[in-house]
Design a protein around this ligand. Structure first.
Ligand code: PMP
Length: 442
């Protein structure tokens, strides 16, 4: 039986969703404005997750919809191979201006993709192609991290450390660093990065010893792991990883699909941590999530090495029909202009202390075993109810939604990442609803 306002749910096979459970009790969003959604029954829901870490400038931004409409009416599509259009070049130039790095290390070359997963696969291919171009063709292995999430392409699942993503599918040669997460020693860290665990960067030395540096093209990490539960890098970890990688000729890729575009209080996590990798992967906040798009940023060393061949030959045999889509580029340009005009790339830094205090006020609620915050991100970890890992956090998620708050849960961890436009009062409202939900769930 269908309820009023509920469409026929049979045919859409939903991604990353327990379809049968969802369809028995669907949650359907119908509209969005500012930091709020509305569901199909007209209830207002505070967006505690920027959609999926996407809508950094808030929902319903008319500057973006106008730019998209104008672009659709001017040049709706252009072939991405052997043809160009001005908007793609203009957007890349603007992105290069805010890209991390100085001088030779500046990540000023932009390769467009259609999503975060495509950005990751693209970066891994660029890494392997670069190594080959400089005479290091045996470097084909890539190193990720336990509990890393890098999307769902074959490249991404190969370096990803989410077991469920890997179990069923074959992978390219890869290996994994041990994760730095050390709950017992770093629990409830406030006022900075976790103190313990920087030495885990030395795990890269172990993998070099095991496989040989001459087989390793790149190492990829999320500076802050998001999808696997908001895991912060211990103080000094990223610097140490970069030093070891450099010593062995291994490229460093930061997956900034969620940490890019102001989430931590700086344009990119690379800026926030003061560590410049060789490449960064982005998506989501690149267009405020409103048109699917991703991008890989590289430094000139990589870019120029791949430009060395004969002039009439394709330098990187790779690309997507939707690379540099005109409508996505127009959305991206309008988004970037909002970020810059409203100071959103650094606003999380202004809110961080209010945010940290508000989220840490949940410390003594039942079942909370850790709280991690950085910029405008939080991870609240709950103890599991027996062996049913994730059941408790899921109940909190369902209860929050009923009472007008969208959170995200992954395993037993609640992840929060509201739009960067959120006001302090709205942060307090968010925490009140969440506190109530935590109290209700046994
Ligand atoms: N990398 C990271 C760090 C991500 O968080 C995600 C998505 N949450 C991806 C890659 C994949 O992005 P997409 O879902 O757009 O393919």
């Amino acid at each position: 039986m269908t309820r009023a306002n509920t469409p026929n749910l049979e045919n859409y096979w939903m991604p990353f969703t327990a379809n049968r459970q969802f369809k028995a009790r669907p949650r359907l969003l119908a509209a969005a404005e500012g930091v709020f959604y509305r569901d199909v029954d007209g209830n207002r829901i505070l967006d505690g997750t920027s959609g999926l870490w996407c809508v950094n400038a808030g929902h319903g931004r008319r500057e973006i919809s106008r730019a998209v409409e104008q672009q659709l009416n001017t040049l709706d599509f252009a072939p991405s191979f052997q043809m160009g259009h001005p908007v793609a070049f203009e957007f890349a130039e603007k992105l290069a201006e805010i890209a991390p790095g100085e001088g030779d290390s500046k990540l000023k070359h932009v390769f467009y993709t259609g999503s975060g997963s495509e950005s990751v696969d693209t970066a891994l291919k660029i890494a392997i192609a670069y190594q080959r171009a400089i005479g290091q063709g045996t470097r084909t292995r890539v190193i990720g991290r336990e509990r890393g999430y890098h999307g769902v392409g074959f490249g991404g699942i190969s370096v990803g450390g989410l077991v469920n993503n890997r179990r069923v599918f074959p992978q390219i040669p890869s290996d994994h660093l041990r994760h730095t997460h050390n709950l017992a020693r770093n629990a409830f860290t406030k006022g900075g990065l976790p103190e313990h665990g920087a030495e885990l960067a030395d795990d890269l030395e172990r993998l070099v010893g095991l496989h040989g540096a001459e087989t390793i093209a790149a190492v990829i990490v999320e500076p802050v792991a998001g999808s696997t539960g908001v895991l912060l890098p211990p103080e000094g970890y990223l610097e140490r990883l970069k030093t070891i990688a450099e010593k062995h000729g291994i490229l460093v890729v930061f997956d900034e699909v969620i940490s890019g575009f102001g989430r931590l209080g700086a344009p990119f996590a690379a800026d926030y941590f003061g560590v410049t990798p060789d490449m960064i992967t982005t998506a989501k906040g690149l267009t405020n999530g409103v048109v699917p798009m991703g991008a890989v940023f590289t430094n000139s060393r990589i870019h120029d090495a791949l430009m060395q061949g004969p002039e009439d030959q394709i330098e990187l045999f790779h690309g997507y029909t939707y690379s540099g889509h005109p409508v996505a580029c127009a959305a991206g340009l309008a988004t970037l202009s909002i970020y810059l005009k409203e100071g959103l790339l650094t606003r999380a830094a202004e809110l961080a202390s209010h945010w940290e205090t508000a989220v840490h006020s949940l410390k003594d609620r039942t079942n909370v075993i850790d709280i991690r915050t950085i910029g405008l991100v939080a991870g609240i970890e709950l103890g599991s109810r027996g062996s049913a890992v994730g059941a408790r956090a899921y109940d909190v998620f369902v209860d929050c939604f009923k009472r007008g708050l969208l959170i995200r849960v992954t395993g037993e961890i609640i992840a929060l990442s509201p739009p960067l436009t959120i006001e302090k009062g709205q942060i307090d409202d968010l925490i009140l609803i969440l506190a109530d939900a935590l109290d209700r769930v046994d």
